[in-house]
Design a protein around this ligand. Structure first.
Ligand SMILES: C[S@@+](CC[C@H](N)C(=O)[O-])C[C@H]1O[C@@H](n2cnc3c(N)ncnc32)[C@H](O)[C@@H]1O
Length: 450
């Protein structure tokens, strides 16, 4: 942007306009930030601090605009050349791969602090040093790919280009997946090409192949593939699971047909877990262990406590805590995940864990009636965090400690603020880097009753 001081407010730039910008910061979510001297902010996808870029505006609002890089005029001297490249383009899933790793973790640490202070109005807490990732590549145990077609009709299988639902990047080697995971994906694409099967087209609602999920037990070596299609009649696929979606929604829910292996197993924290295809499992097995280690440290269990694990999934946190607690109770909305949690308790010989399938919104009060009030509550919700009503239900638990595992500091912040208004204090926060090369942030927060 122009360095000349402006005395009068300039009109905001229009959508489609191109601007030359200097990027000086990273926003939550991973976009580069440029500031005009009158305070107008432009968030630029694909830009990093120190870059000078020509950017095209994709959205223009009163106080800010969004843009994407049209041309990298002069790259930041810190930029690394991308390692994960598909069809000659940097991988859209590895948005931060050109940022040196120490800068990635520093940005995440700062963004957690910023969210808690600015959005939550919180202070007085100890922000502990981020736990860096052990593996910077090939750490994901689950990846989801979409099918598309090149202009000549050849089927492609990969990721959507950044911000483009209509443009697909064909993937041969995803550097966040293992070699075995890549082989499985490529085998499905080769099969689709050999059989001449068309990709599903969302606009015309024609075609067949929608998406493919590949999940692996990094320690068990198990592999589970799930293919989602639009119609049931076609050659048997070389995958474990096949889900047919007849409607136009394109989601991966509502299976109407499933073939093959339903569950894989994985070892985590010295325990063995069975995972149904419909259940959540942390996508970075090694760092999930570190994450749960921080959560367990914050819970300060002495062996007698009653612990509620809300949003428990297949029971990983509850069962990791069970050995150090009096009893643990898990609550989770997906019934298959609860069935897994019960099976996992049995497999691991854990006898002091109980699981209930319920929505946290309606299930906490009945849980208190059944189990009594807990000493410690663990919360690990999806990115949207807790509604105000669910926070009220958590407050009714009157637990001494709340351990909040969050994959989104911008929703942790208002939840933590509501808890502090009800008499809790935010004591400690520790980010854990589960997702190197991407802007995604995980952290654990400890709140204690005053
Ligand atoms: C981020 S995952 C955490 C799971 C588990 N703690 C783990 O580490 O594997 C969030 C879980 O919350 C569940 N969930 C989502 N909405 C819910 C709700 N309203 N009530 C209860 N569970 C819910 C999801 O199915 C998912 O298993």
């Amino acid at each position: 942007m122009s360095a000349e001081p402006q005395t009068t407010a300039r009109p905001r730039p229009a959508r489609g306009e191109q601007l030359d910008l200097e990027i000086d910061d990273l926003a939550y979510g991973g976009k580069g930030v440029a500031r005009r001297d009158d305070g107008y902010v432009v968030f630029v996808a694909g830009a990093l601090p120190g870059d000078r870029v020509r950017a095209e505006l994709t959205k223009s609002k009163r106080n800010y605009a969004e843009a994407r890089v049209e041309q990298l005029l002069s790259p930041s001297p810190d930029r690394l050349s991308p390692e994960c490249v598909h069809d000659g383009e940097p991988c859209p899933g590895c948005a931060w791969q050109s940022l040196p790793y120490p800068r990635q973790v520093a940005a995440k640490q700062r963004q957690v602090d910023d969210a808690l202070r600015r959005i939550g109005g919180l202070d007085g807490f100890e922000l502990e040093e981020i736990v860096p990732a052990d593996d910077l590549w090939r750490y994901r145990n689950k990846l989801e790919y979409s099918f598309g077609e090149r202009e000549d009709g050849e089927v492609t299988l990969g990721f959507h280009a950044r911000g483009r639902w209509d443009l697909l990047v064909d993937v041969d080697d995803c550097k966040l997946a293992s070699e075995a995971g890549n082989e499985a994906r490529n085998a499905v694409r080769d099969w689709a090409r050999a059989e001449g099967l068309p990709a599903y087209d969302r606009r015309s609602r024609r075609g067949l192949l929608r998406n493919l999920a590949v999940r692996e037990g990094h320690r068990s070596g198990h592999l589970q593939t799930r293919l989602v299609t639009s119609a049931a009649r076609f050659p048997r696929p070389p995958v474990d699971l096949h889900t047919v979606i007849e409607g136009p929604s394109g989601g991966t829910d509502g299976p109407t047909g499933v073939l093959g292996r339903e569950r894989i197993s994985e070892e985590l924290g010295g325990l063995r877990f069975e995972i149904s295809h419909s259940a959540f499992f942390q996508t970075n097995t090694t760092m999930a262990e570190r994450l749960y280690g921080v959560a367990r440290d914050y819970a300060s269990l002495r062996g007698t406590e009653r612990v509620f694990d809300l949003y428990c999934g297949i029971g990983t946190i509850a069962l990791t805590f069970a050995r150090g607690a009096g009893e643990v109770w898990g609550l989770e909305i997906v019934p298959d995940a609860i069935a897994d949690a019960e099976r996992n308790a049995e497999i691991n010989g854990v006898t002091n864990a109980r699981f209930r399938a319920a929505n946290a919104r309606t299930g906490v009060r009945p849980l208190i009636e059944e189990a009594g009030k807990p000493d410690v509550v663990v919360i690990d919700p999806p990115r949207a965090g807790l509604s105000q009503k669910i926070v009220r239900r958590v407050i009714e638990c009157e637990a001494q400690r709340i351990v909040y595992v969050s994959c989104n500091p911008t929703t942790l912040a208002p939840n933590a603020a509501q808890l502090t208004e009800a008499g809790y204090r935010l004591r400690r926060v520790r980010p854990v880097d589960m997702f190197p090369q991407t802007p995604h942030i995980e952290c654990v927060a400890l709140l204690e009753r005053e």
